[in-house]
Design a protein around this ligand. Structure first.
Ligand code: ZN
Length: 595
């Protein structure tokens, strides 16, 4: 970009009767080259006045909006270079489409009430103020909001000063750190606050009136999470406050606006009397996900939307990791294998799948491009990577990455390089073999005494020659009775020696790898005994039959073999394994019944 924003001074005045807002804006910019045209993003906004000031004088200019291009173009009478400012006055709509600056409607005491809130990711900040609305165009923001006295106002930073203007109040918020536009937040409503503190950081759960008591679980958990994340990342939470805001009308589950996270009410408010444990778990995971973003995403931001999958998969991966620390009894990682991994493998074994890493031309394509394959498979790849390099190396690389790129933008490749350096392992080529090609492998194993013959091929539900290509760098971990053998398996085939006395082994130990395994008949017989005697981890007991069943569906195995093998689960006491076996048997029954 030849013209860069440095700072935005913004004053918003929403009108919750007419559902409009007016805005005043001064953008400090730097033009690297002499220029006569300045283009910025702008949509559904009426510009009332526009001036450009350079070197102390007003430059004659004409401003024109282009709704199709979502652009405001300012044409100057003479060229400017270096520092300048754009001074704008404009009018916008508090829409009811749950994006940009919008109104949210709710009922209270039989009355319809409104509040104003924002949702800017991916590219809707431009509906609230003209700006360079791309993640890489980071700047600082001085935000002010003028609101009726019955309301209070919230933004990313704490209130710096408050002044009465007749029936209204002017809230001035502190200057933000350098940040992306999609993370800006504006909120005006009849809020109620439940407040806590961690060190010097103020944490609040913000709700509509009468609901704050239901924010206690979320507030307590957020306090714990903030402490743990600070420790893990080795970087203090970068802002003076963190708000968790429950919004009655909200499109996504939650949004990680820096210092002002918004949630669907049902995902933030927990009533111990009426909410289930499942709800509690979901609330915990979403809060953990959004707090992880405060570092990964907000402090260090993706360069462009093609890395959105990494932003999201990473936050989900961290979320599970940290909630698991507080609630080990929820068995989250095994649930992850049963849910996210199972879903991702199901979709990724179809011919119609796509690689995680794809080109994104415009933010409008995001919804089409990113799906469970991107996010769930993405999470599986991160988990596999952490296991491959080991937790300390993974963390070391991550911390280095966050420190090197803080207040800046980075790409996935920067993270792989950092973890590669920390671990001295071939991380980049390993990870990219999973990101850049579609699908995932089936690892076939035949045992010849103390020698294992191992092959890899793409796993497809319906195999055909055209789509069967692929070669992955597979972190193989073979679980023996009291140790494991690890190998990076990056060729079509290889052989591995195991101790002579080995009686049964698991090839994808702990189900850390994103691949399926096909064992030969002899190995399966040994495994059947080990499953029956519960000598394997519950997740491996789950995985062996899950793979076997999937192989029956894709025609790689006889259904009879699955039925024989399922005998071993007669006494199964693990919830996930029992449920999956029952589910698979029921599905076979239904298929047989249809025939
Ligand atoms: Zn997220």
């Amino acid at each position: 970009m030849d013209t860069n924003p440095i700072n935005y001074e913004l004053i918003f005045e929403p009108d919750l009767k007419k559902f409009t807002f007016s805005g005043k804006e001064t953008i400090t910019i730097v033009c690297k080259k002499a220029t006569k045209i300045i283009s910025l993003h702008c949509s559904e906004i009426k510009i009332n006045s526009c001036h450009v000031k350079s070197k102390g004088k007003i430059i004659n200019s004409a401003a024109k909006t282009n709704e199709k291009k979502e652009e405001l173009q300012i044409t100057l009478k003479e060229k400017i270079k270096g520092k300048a400012s754009i001074i704008l006055e404009f009018q916008g709509i508090l829409n009811d489409r749950l994006l940009g600056f919008y109104r949210s409607q709710y009922q209270q005491g039989g009355k319809t009430k409104y509040l104003a809130t924002t949702q800017f990711e991916a590219a809707d900040a431009r509906r609230a103020f003209p700006c360079w609305d791309e993640p890489e165009a980071k700047a600082t923001f001085d935000i002010s909001i003028i609101a009726d006295n019955k309301f209070t106002a919230i933004s990313n930073m704490p209130v710096k000063s408050k002044a009465k203007l007749g029936g209204k109040t002017l809230y001035k918020f502190g200057k933000t750190p350098v940040m992306s536009t999609y993370l800006i937040y504006l909120g005006v409503g009849e809020w109620e606050y439940l407040t806590g503190k961690v060190g010097k950081t103020q944490i609040r759960v913000v709700t509509t009136r009468g609901n704050k008591s239901k924010g206690k679980f979320s507030l307590d958990l957020s306090k714990q999470l903030l402490v743990e994340y600070e420790k893990y990342f080795g970087i203090k939470y970068p802002l003076p406050k963190l708000d968790l805001i429950a919004v009655p009308d909200f499109a996504a589950g939650a949004m990680e606006n820096w210092g002002a996270i918004t949630f669907r009410e049902t995902i933030l408010l927990y009533d111990p009397k009426t909410s289930s444990t499942k709800t509690k778990q979901f609330i915990a995971e979403v809060i953990s996900h959004e707090i992880a973003h405060q570092w990964f995403g907000n402090l260090v931001t993706m360069k462009w939307w093609n890395d959105l999958w990494l932003n999201e998969s990473f936050a989900t991966f961290m979320a599970t990791k940290f909630v698991d620390k507080f609630y080990p009894e929820w068995d989250l990682w095994n649930q992850f294998v049963e849910d996210a991994m199972n879903i991702a493998m199901g979709l990724d074994s179809l011919k119609t799948t796509h690689p995680i890493d794809v080109k994104v031309n415009s933010p409008a394509e995001i919804r089409e491009i990113f799906d469970a394959i991107s996010y769930d498979k993405g999470g599986c790849i991160l988990r596999m990577l952490e296991h491959y390099v080991g937790e300390p190396n993974f963390r070391k690389g991550l911390v280095k990455y966050l420190k090197d790129f803080k207040y800046k933008n980075a790409q996935g490749q920067d993270l792989w390089n950092a973890i590669g350096k920390a671990s001295k392992m071939p991380v980049s080529s390993m990870v990219n073999s999973w990101l850049k090609q579609p699908g995932f492998p089936l690892v076939e194993i035949q045992q010849d005494d103390d020698k294992l013959l191992i092959k890899q091929n793409r796993y497809l539900l319906e195999a055909d020659k055209k789509s069967s290509k692929g070669l992955w760098e597979i972190p193989l971990e073979i679980g023996l009775s009291n140790n494991t053998i690890t190998k990076l398996f990056s060729k079509k085939s290889m052989s591995v020696k195991i101790p002579k006395s080995t009686l049964g082994f698991v090839a994808n130990y702990g189900r850390k790898g994103f691949y399926r395994v096909k064992y030969d008949e002899g190995i399966l017989l040994d495994l059947k005994m080990l499953v029956d005697q519960k000598q394997l981890l519950p997740i491996d007991r789950w995985a062996i039959q899950n793979d076997l069943f999937s192989l029956c569906i894709s025609g790689n195995e006889q259904v009879q073999n699955y039925l024989d093998f399922s005998d071993a689960y007669y006494d199964e006491d693990s919830y996930l394994a029992s449920i999956n076996v029952a589910h698979n048997l029921a599905s076979l029954y239904l298929r047989a019944f249809d025939e």
